[in-house]
Design a binder for this molecule. Structure first.
Ligand SMILES: Cc1cc2nc3c(=O)[nH]c(=O)nc-3n(C[C@H](O)[C@H](O)[C@H](O)COP(=O)(O)OP(=O)(O)OC[C@H]3O[C@@H](n4cnc5c(N)ncnc54)[C@H](O)[C@@H]3O)c2cc1C
Length: 410
């Protein structure tokens, strides 16, 4: 006699959430021949999570921590494979600058160290092609910046931008050619571990069984793992916060050519305390009329994907123009064209969480938190796929454990 669960469709793995990390994991599982289902509450790539807005910075010397360097390096290789497979452009090399005040420490992203110096140190230790520029070098090479005269900068040859929507779409497309099933507009409701080491996944549209489940739910993850959430996990509950961020685009008229990818780099400008938070930007690219994209990061007010205000107020645009664009860039014709809200999911140490979900057998959690995850997402997907399939992992992700924030004994 068959048990009731034997009639439920069975997969080697189910990936919940098909954004940056979920799409990458699905692709890597499918290309290794796993029977895999990916599901998402929307139809990725979409603009309601953390992976929209045309461009993401990628840089090899990751000032957020040396443990991320192998991930971004491998991601560049995977994007090249995907570009060859699909004929789409994912990565554009523009070179990159991380600049800041020479005489004042300008920390970033919850870490006390000076971000420019930390980046330089990591580049030196990892053999990453780079130069250190003083203000005079910067003025000669990039006259588009308005400098005060006390700046210095890390310049990286292979930095550039990745197109997040294209990367996600390409991975979902190739995953399906390898046999992955993709269900859009389907929301995970609950997981139930069974005694036979499989997990029953219940969604708004059906019930499935899998040997393992990968939870890549982005900004929805904090709600799932909180007390009372569908996947309550005590060590993670209350540890992840979601912050609204805004990306701004400006038409720059006659200066468009000076800010084109051939002449202008991606950049992160660590300001030093008195000048407010770091801001970052991209060369003027399309689709549509090329526009300069600029943003900063805010960690003052938390939100949720349901409650977040997705409209951008005129005052926010004005502040961006007056505080960053006009004083920092030679773009006198800059005119606001559009702005979009986006979500950062942030952990207490601003690091990622990639681990087995504590308290849940057969469930993995993958959150490249804290606003710097896209550049690593393709490689994280590969490491997760190896883990799910029980194959040797080429990266050590032990510093990204899900239990590291919990008080001892919890
Ligand atoms: C403004 C901004 C700028 C950034 N800049 C950079 C940068 O320059 N460089 C960089 O490397 N990184 C950057 N990042 C960070 C990077 O974009 C994110 O780390 C990354 O995109 C997060 O991917 P994710 O897969 O975790 O989330 P997402 O891509 O948002 O995917 C999560 C998915 O899970 C789905 N989901 C959630 N709950 C459920 C459920 N219950 N059932 C089914 N589906 C569900 C959602 O619909 C969504 O599609 C930036 C982020 C923002 C917001």
């Amino acid at each position: 006699m068959s048990s009731p669960t034997q009639d439920i469709p069975h997969y080697d793995a189910i990936v919940v959430g098909l954004g940056a990390v979920g799409a990458a994991t699905l692709y890597q599982l499918a290309r290794r021949g796993a029977r895999v289902l990916g599901l998402d509450q929307f139809a990725p790539p979409h603009s309601l999570g953390s992976s929209h807005g045309q461009t993401r910075i990628t840089r090899l010397a990751v000032g957020e921590g040396a443990q991320y360097v192998p991930l971004v390096r491998r991601s560049h290789e995977i994007w090249a494979e995907l570009e060859a497979a699909t004929g789409q452009s994912i990565y554009t090399r523009t070179h990159g600058l991380v600049l800041g005040p020479r005489d004042v420490a300008a920390p970033r992203a919850g870490k006390p160290d000076d971000f420019v110096r930390k980046t330089i140190g990591i580049a030196q230790r990892h053999g990453i092609a780079h130069e250190v520029l003083d203000t005079a070098d910067l003025r000669r090479r990039y006259p588009q910046f308005k400098l005060r005269g006390d700046e210095f900068a890390y310049w990286e040859r292979d930095a550039g931008f990745v197109r997040p929507e294209v990367a996600i779409g390409a991975q979902l497309q190739v995953a399906q050619t390898h046999g992955a099933e993709v269900h859009t507009h389907e929301t995970l409701l609950s997981l139930t571990p069974l005694g036979d080491a499989t997990v029953v996944t219940t969604t708004t549209r059906g019930t499935y069984r899998a040997d393992q489940v990968v939870l890549a739910a982005g900004a929805w993850l904090p709600q799932l793992v909180q007390a009372g959430g569908a996947l309550h996990s005590a060590p993670l509950a209350g540890q992840l916060s979601v912050y609204r961020q805004v990306m701004f685009w400006f038409d720059i008229g006659a200066d468009t050519d000076a800010f084109s990818p051939a002449r202008f780099p991606v950049f992160i400008w660590a300001q030093g305390d008195e000048d407010g938070p770091a801001f970052y930007g991209f060369p003027a690219v399309g689709p549509g009329a090329p526009a300069l994209k600029i943003a900063t990061a805010q960690y003052q007010a938390t939100t949720t994907p349901q409650a977040v205000d997705r409209t951008v107020a005129p005052g926010e645009v004005e502040e961006m123009l007056q505080r960053y664009v006009q004083p920092r860039l030679h773009a006198p014709e800059a005119k606001f064209s559009q702005a979009h809200a986006c979500l950062y999911t942030v952990s207490p140490d601003h690091g990622f969480v990639i681990d087995r979900l504590p308290g849940w057998q057969g469930v993995h959690v993958a959150s490249p938190c804290s606003g710097h995850g896209f550049k690593h997402s393709a490689a994280i997907g590969e490491v997760l796929a190896l883990r799910v399939l029980g194959l040797p992992e080429w990266a050590d992700l032990s510093t990204l454990s899900a239990g590291r924030f919990a008080p001892a004994g919890a």
